[in-house]
Write a protein that binds this ligand. Structure first.
Ligand code: ZN
Length: 203
């Protein structure tokens, strides 16, 4: 679940993150598994779809604000504009957060409609409880949001070190991604240790 985090420069070459059926490419799975600590098996099953494919039309964020995403079981729904090539870096940034929710959804049999509905209700309970203690910052300070943001923080810090062009290159080749992640394993592990949480002031 996510509001708009977009609006950064899009001067780089597009990354191909998704297959035609909405599943992630092999390199995208490897990278997101490393930065978000979500198993590749879980990422293999997930499909990223435009929001007009789900009955609630989630997420409700307006496309003009950059779009957003919503995890429902083994699917991640997002605004269609995020699937455009020119938004591929925004999509990667968003997915690094969203895949964190897959681990939450996994507890509720994400392959069935009942399981997906139970997950949505469970997540809503987190936001409501957070509202009681955190008021207007309820969404961001909910425990499940703080947990999910870890992946995006690690990814952004990693990009500060290696740069987007390097990442774009290895994104096109599973073997190169594998060796890239092996080369940076210590750095990624260190970043996981240093995740400071998702401070409200950043929004
Ligand atoms: Zn979220």
């Amino acid at each position: 679940m996510n509001g708009c985090q977009a609006g950064r420069s899009v001067n780089f070459a597009a990354m191909r993150l998704l297959e035609a059926d909405g599943r992630m490419t092999d390199p995208a799975r490897q990278l997101l598994s490393a930065v978000a600590r979500v198993s590749e098996a879980l990422l293999r099953d997930v499909r990223i779809l435009p929001r007009d494919r789900n009955w609630l039309r989630f997420p409700w964020y307006r496309g003009s604000k950059g779009g957003g995403a919503f995890v429902m079981g083994d699917r991640i729904y997002l605004h269609r504009s995020l699937l455009e090539d020119r938004r591929s870096h925004d999509l990667l940034d968003l997915l690094a957060h969203e895949v964190g929710h897959l681990a939450h959804a996994e507890r509720f049999d994400p392959t069935t409609a009942v399981g997906r509905a139970r997950f949505v209700l469970w997540a809503a309970g987190h936001y409501l409880r957070s509202a009681l203690t955190h008021g207007r910052h309820a969404y961001q300070l909910a425990r499940i949001e703080q947990e999910a943001e870890r992946g995006r923080w690690v990814l952004r810090e990693l990009i500060k070190t290696v740069g987007i062009p390097t990442l774009t290159q290895v994104m096109n080749d599973p073997e190169r991604m594998r060796s890239f992640l092996a080369d940076h394993a210590a750095r990624i592990s260190d970043l996981h240790q240093r995740y400071p949480g998702w401070p409200v002031a950043q929004r």
